[in-house]
Design a protein around this ligand. Sequence first.
Ligand code: GKR
Ligand code: MG
Length: 442
Amino acid sequence: MHLFPKFSSPGSVGPFIKEMNITPIAITDPPLLNAAGLHAPYALRTIVELITDDGISGISEIPGNEQTNEALKATQHLIVGKDPFQLGELQQALEAHFGTESAHERGDTPWDQRKLVHVFSALEVACLDIIGKICNRPVVDLLGGRMRDAVPFAAYLFYKYEGAGGVLGSGKDPAAKGWAAARQEEAVDPKGIVAQAEAMCKAYGFKSIKLKGGAFEPRLETDTMLALYQEFGGEYPLRFDPNAIWKPETAFTYGKEMEGILEYLEDPVRGQENMAALRKKLKTPLATNMCTTSFEDIPNSIRLGAEDIILSDHHFWGGLRASMQLSKLCSTFGRALSMHSNSHLGISLAAMVHLGAALPEMPYALDTHYPWQSEEVIVGGSMGFQDGAVPVPSGPGLGVELDKEALQKLHKAYLSCGLTKRDDEAEMRKFYPEWTFQKVRW
Ligand code: GKR
Ligand code: MG
């Protein structure tokens, strides 16, 4: 029973959402290795555009997945006609329609497989873009204001097979130099990874380095980190992430070996209990984007002491405002907050930058896959990095605009590539037919 009348947005006064466009796209992606297999030649993203009655467009980008797209389509009747400022009301309408989604539905893969958090995030970011344009303020100002003018990112290294992705597969451009060449070359040993780090840091100015592990046995991957330390140690902080594929004893052995060379160790083991037990034995801080990935996970994380750093991601924490709430919880409970990424384009990057700029504390450079992508869906092409950081876009809203021609081209690639969701195991089986994903391998 409501003691007070519930406010309901008038709909007919002020701006209202008149149109909602959902466009799945496919972007070329190199054959990067991880614990779940291999990246396919295309990564999928979904672009959402909301248009108000007076023609203001708000955009967002989320990981592409047919199921999420279906869920987005099912929200259309709830969104069209609503006031984009009434985010609380929108959220409640979505929750009433879909019910809740448990943290368990995240799945075991390195990436998050939940639908609803992605749907909420897509709609919230597009609404914030509209609100920013109406108020003539950047999104960072809607999140509490600018704590920094540029947001630092880390070089995100991957073991990879030869090739730069897309229909050309392993096709080589003989004129490719520097980072462009590194994107095409094979990297399966420490030397290849060190060369990749040099090329990426030189091209983007990154000053922190992360290696995605979990692809090869721990000895090789630890040696790779030691080789990176020899080359960059002392100067650039290093991180390593085997996506929870190590057994507790393996993580202890190799975690001890890497003690002193890592800024943090990311998801060495699976589950909050295993993380908490390892954390008691290692001096290196532990970070996660796999065991504490929603508000529902926080009480147990605090009870157990599962990690030191939560790698947020507005795509799966339910949006930018939810990520700001997470930052408050983190500071209350003695966690640092940083940011996780997946293959993405400039709309996601812009949202990450606005969020990063608004966070009260930013002790670590954020993750981004952006250097691995060679296409864009925003006007003007790729966003620029200066000294490893992205300046906060200066325009109102997200400060980036949708390139309609590029959107159509990438949508055509989606229709012709035949992929409907991310499946790194299936891609790996094209090389090794017997290969299976194991939650814990070594
Ligand atoms: O792109 O292969 C990848 C990564 O493994 C990604 O899916 C993870 O979600 O970057 C991520 C991570 O930090 O775990
Ligand atoms: Mg990770």
